[in-house]
Ligand binder design. Sequence first.
Ligand code: JFZ
Length: 434
Amino acid sequence: VVSSVSAQKMIGSETDAQKDQRMEWWKDSRFGMFIHWGLYSGAARHEWVKHNEKIDNEGYQKYFDQFNPDYFDPNKWAKSAKAAGMRYAVLTTKHHEGFCLFDSKYTDYKAPNTKAKRDLVREYVNAFRAQGLKVGFYYSLLDWHHPDYTIDEIHPQSPADKSDASYAKLNKNRDMAKYRQYMRNQITELLTNYGKIDVLWLDFSFPRSDGHGKGKDEWGSVELLKLIRKLQPGIIVDNRLNLEEYKDGADFETPEQVSTAELAKYRGKTWETCQTFSGSWGYYRDENTWKTHRQLLDLLITSVSNGGNLILNVGPTARGEFDYRATNALDSLAHWMHANDQSIYNCTFAPDTYKVPEGTKLTYNKKTKKLYVQLFDYPKGKLILPGYAGKIKYAQFLNDHSELLYKPTGSDDLEVTMPAKPPYEIPVIELSLN
Ligand code: JFZ
């Protein structure tokens, strides 16, 4: 029954309750790993290098010829994701450059034809599944290599002369209908040959009124989504197909590289913020803007305290491994998550009746009725819980389950006696609620 739908268009016929059930593991997981890996990892200066430097297929060929990921071991990737507390992963099976990490019948531009000589997606799927992680595929709608993909405003060969005639000339032998069929064929391969796939992350739409962008008509988005739902009924799909007018046109929103301050406005929606370690998604050797451990934790905690997920990106090197900066960052997250992951999994924002104590953020587990106070600014001597009198029955640090003593202040507040030094970086207090 879809009576709640009223005016909005639908692609399928799922009820809200069915959708909630399908999305349950994803909402409970809260933390995932994004992996951007392709030929651009060898250029090591942004996954948009082909576009940014206006490189044509011939000029880009050296990255295909050179590609030799001799250290590729997805078991290592999966173990490091698992240790960091991530519960799902999404790998770029094809990014905008058009190169496929998987074995596809419909192209020669694929990993099995490089020095790797094999289907790298299959090994990723097996390794992440073996660690008990959910498995997702990123697939780029854009394709800067395919001969039928029409040249548009953000194509590497976009013309200087923006007239319709100049585009028409460039595109006279290109046919988007054929490209749409290519996408349907490849998505069918990806959703048929690798078992159950948990997430599909399609990227992205840029409709333009001058006709030189791409959106739902160019991608054939409605048909594509129907195909996806038919092949993998349980799959979770992002919102970049330009199907905003459809109630079921997407499963989650994708605020990209937004600040922690902006995440508050997504409360109540279903969303996953995607974030990088250093700015670009693909491995960028010379980028010196790496986020600190504290900034990464802030992103994770702020996401959960606003009811969303964080998918944190790693850009493996061309040799197929996480570089030491990514490895160190993941190791630090692993330590924090080992001690504090109960304040992340199955958690969301706290009910409004609990005021946010100064210098903290709150996460909340509805099922266990635990409230978690994430101490960003470590309090001096005591922490005031405003209006909490009569609301809690026990307080402890989460990292070591050591008791924290508290007393009423005479008003509605409680005062928690704090040790002089924080026992952890961003320690967490667990409050058992009455
Ligand atoms: C896209 C890609 O271009 C990028 O390389 C990376 O894969 C990222 C996850 O997604 O970038 C986008 C796509 C959409 C928006 C912004 C960046 N958007 O809608 O604001």
